[in-house]
Design a protein around this ligand. Structure first.
Ligand code: HAM
Length: 421
């Protein structure tokens, strides 16, 4: 029986992973420039972390978690996102006791039981950052600038930064009430999901995709109308920083995000070229989450971006990434007697830092040349024949096809010199 990969997952083959590595390297470089250091947390956590951290009224917790019991009877969940884990790690490892802010980044697989479609998978990969400590609006702008810089360096166009503020525990209850009062006359006409959200999480009604719900929302009060002075000032300052960094944005009062922990700034970066799942990045501030998860009250802000969506965007905008270099040298074998010597030579070449190929398929010389070409080898060494009796090998420049006889003892140095040019 042929087993297939689970629905909503992907295999990334070497030609794909080369691109992933390029992107990961770029992200690491940008993080270094912004002062973010890597955090690696477990792929699974105690289920309670996400129930509390992500919020039990969210779609993620209600419908999308991969939860299982281990042999010891513990309830564990494959991480659906990494902010809750980052907060847990910050508290558990007492990172609050060191120099603040603590700037962390992560990348890796996340798991959500969603309906698979273009740009939406059950195992997908996020790169994200979390900045713990600062309540200042400059930190909000810093994480947005980091994401923006990544897309800028990739050369992606038509990105739209959507920005909103969802207020704080002081001003949100009054807004919640105002929104419920506004929608109550139409409560029974809202879609079943929104009817359910009406009591538990009415703000999520704002970003419902149902056209009828959207119609009832026309003229509804916005979170921005209801911000307290402090939240208003914070949001104004975030915008001034974005202006200063020349990062364009659109105020979107319907943007509320699908996770419960946000306070103040919420943002998403959208790219219409990649279809319905257009959010390439999402994040915001979460000033209550560290305390919610058992730590001392500590502000935080961050985002995560979907790596698969970055690749869709590159394809949609026909942006090619630089090609990986080919082999420096391929060691070809002329006859059976030369195999061991050729193998040894390939080992020496690799030890000296070169990328050296060797034929393990015992193919004809012609086939070995064909293979060397497919590996984009800059040079080929021919080992065997009468040259070997003279302790020499034939060096072939694969571009010019020029062949010269070289001493086997000097070949590593000769190749290194040629490749350095
Ligand atoms: P999120 O909006 O749920 O936020 O996910 C962030 C990004 O991950 C999305 O914008 C999207 O690009 C990608 N993504 C999400 N679900 C999928 C999926 N099923 N398939 C492919 N890509 C997907 C968070 O996860 C928050 N933890 C972000 C954050 C960090 N907020 C503060 N700090």
């Amino acid at each position: 029986m042929l087993t297939k990969r689970p629905r909503g997952t992907n295999d990334f083959l070497p030609e794909d992973t080369a691109k992933w590595q390029y992107i990961e390297k770029l992200l690491r470089e940008i993080c270094r420039q912004f002062g973010y250091a890597e955090l690696r947390t477990p792929i699974f956590e105690e289920t309670a972390l996400f129930l509390r951290g992500v919020g039990d009224t969210t779609d993620i917790v209600q419908k999308e978690m991969y939860t299982f019991e281990d042999t010891g009877g513990r309830s564990l969940t494959l991480r659906p996102e990494n902010t809750a884990s980052a907060v847990r790690a910050y508290v558990e490892n007492k990172l609050f006791a060191g120099q603040q802010p603590v700037r962390l980044f992560y990348m890796g697989p996340m798991f959500r039981y969603e309906r698979p479609q273009a740009g939406r998978f059950r195992q997908f990969h996020q790169f994200g950052v979390e900045c713990f400590g600062p309540a200042s609006p400059a930190a909000d702008a810093e994480v947005i600038a980091l994401a923006w810089e990544f897309y800028r360096r990739l050369g992606l166009k038509n990105l739209e930064l959507n920005l909103n503020s969802v207020g704080c525990p002081n001003c949100r209850p009054a807004y919640r009430q105002a929104l419920q009062d506004f929608l109550r006359p139409h409560l029974l006409e809202l879609c079943p999901t929104c009817q359910e959200r009406f009591e538990k999480n009415p703000l999520r009604i704002l970003d419902c995709k149902n056209p009828q719900c959207q119609q009832f929302l026309q003229g509804a009060p916005t979170t921005l109308d209801a911000l307290c002075d402090e939240c208003h000032e914070h949001f104004e300052a975030v915008q001034s920083y974005l202006h200063a960094a020349a990062i364009p944005y659109r105020l979107n009062t319907k943007l509320v995000r699908g996770l419960d922990y946000y306070t103040n700034t919420a943002f998403e970066i959208l790219l219409s070229d990649i279809g319905a799942q257009s959010a390439v990045c999402g994040g915001g501030r979460y000033n209550g989450l560290v305390e919610e998860l058992g730590g001392k009250a500590t502000p935080g802000v961050g985002f995560a971006l979907g790596m698969e969506r970055v690749f869709s965007a590159l394809t949609a905008q026909k942006l090619a990434l630089p090609e990986q270099p080919g082999l420096d040298v391929f060691v070809a074998v002329l006859d059976k007697q030369a195999q061991t010597m050729a193998f040894q030579l390939a080992c020496n070449l690799r030890q000296s830092g070169l990328a050296a190929g060797y034929d393990t398929m015992e193919r004809s010389l012609k086939a070995q040349f064909k293979y060397a070409d497919s590996q984009r080898a800059a040079y080929t060494l021919l080992v065997g024949g009468e040259e070997l009796t003279r302790d020499s090998v034939v060096l072939r420049d694969m571009q010019s096809s020029e062949q010269t006889e070289q001493s086997i003892n000097e070949i590593v140095a000769i190749l290194k010199e040629k490749l350095a040019k």
